[in-house]
Design a protein around this ligand. Structure first.
Ligand code: TMP
Length: 236
């Protein structure tokens, strides 16, 4: 597989075309940002952790017949993926109150949520990813109603697969962010699933093992990423 032109550079990843038109390479960087890139830093080794963990999770989801863009791991930091037109919606699933939900509701962080919550945000850096609802999705023509219904249903199916899977690895899946895209007429899960895009707490101690350590200056950031790597990614 030949890597060709850079087509997109985001805060944590670079996407390259390949010699096959339908396939791209995602390169995972160590760069970290928070609060819409107001805070910037480096988390040494993060790119490797996020690439390998995403591959492991996408393979698990594939076994559960959840379609993803993942094709193959190419190296420590590179993943071969189907090329997607990304739908400009960030879908969040929540099992436990944390982060912006704690702020919005006044409920203490750590409060259990009886039935998982799905939230939608507009994927827009200039606007700071505002929360939106189904009516805004329709107004902005972000997705067809049946596409949105599929996205929400699939987000909850992913949650149903990942909660017990991560629990076996002594991780509590507090919440996570998903991005979906179109490959022709097919909808696929895209982006990544990693400690950048999930809140993961130790199942017993509730220690934070995710990007909140960076966002909130809690220290031990690299160590937390390595701990998640050790628990989730099968070691050769
Ligand atoms: P929030 O509580 O800040 O809304 O975050 C919910 C989840 O989404 C959390 O697991 C972190 C993830 N997330 C991202 O992946 N990207 C983002 O830009 C933000 C704000 C959150």
């Amino acid at each position: 597989m030949e890597k060709r032109d850079k087509i997109y550079e985001g805060k944590a990843k670079i996407v390259y075309t390949t010699d096959k038109p339908g396939l791209v390479i995602q390169y995972f960087k160590d760069d970290a940002t928070a609060f819409n890139a107001e805070k910037r830093g480096t988390i040494v080794g993060k790119g490797v952790v996020n690439n390998r963990m995403s591959a492991t999770i996408f393979e698990r989801l594939g076994k559960a017949r959840i379609p993803t863009h993942f094709m193959a791991t190419l190296s420590d930091r590179e993943m071969l993926c189907r090329r997607l037109d990304i739908i400009k919606i960030e879908t969040i699933v929540r099992n436990v109150v944390a982060g912006s939900l704690a702020k919005r509701t006044g409920l203490p962080e750590g409060t259990a949520i009886r039935q998982p919550i799905v939230e939608l945000y507009l994927k827009s850096d200039p606007l700071g990813d505002p929360m939106i609802n189904d009516d805004h999705v329709r107004m902005l023509k972000l997705a067809m109603p049946r596409e949105l219904a599929w996205i929400k249903r699939t987000a909850l199916r992913i949650n149903t697969v990942l909660v017990p899977y991560l629990r076996k690895k002594q991780l509590l899946l507090v919440d996570f962010k998903l991005e979906f895209g179109r490959a022709g007429k097919t909808l696929l899960l895209g982006d990544e699933i990693s400690p950048d895009t999930c809140r993961l707490w130790d199942a017993t101690t509730r220690e934070k093992l995710d990007k909140d350590r960076f966002r909130r200056d809690l220290g031990g950031v690299e160590e937390a990423y390595q701990e998640v790597y050790r628990r989730v990614v099968p070691q050769q």
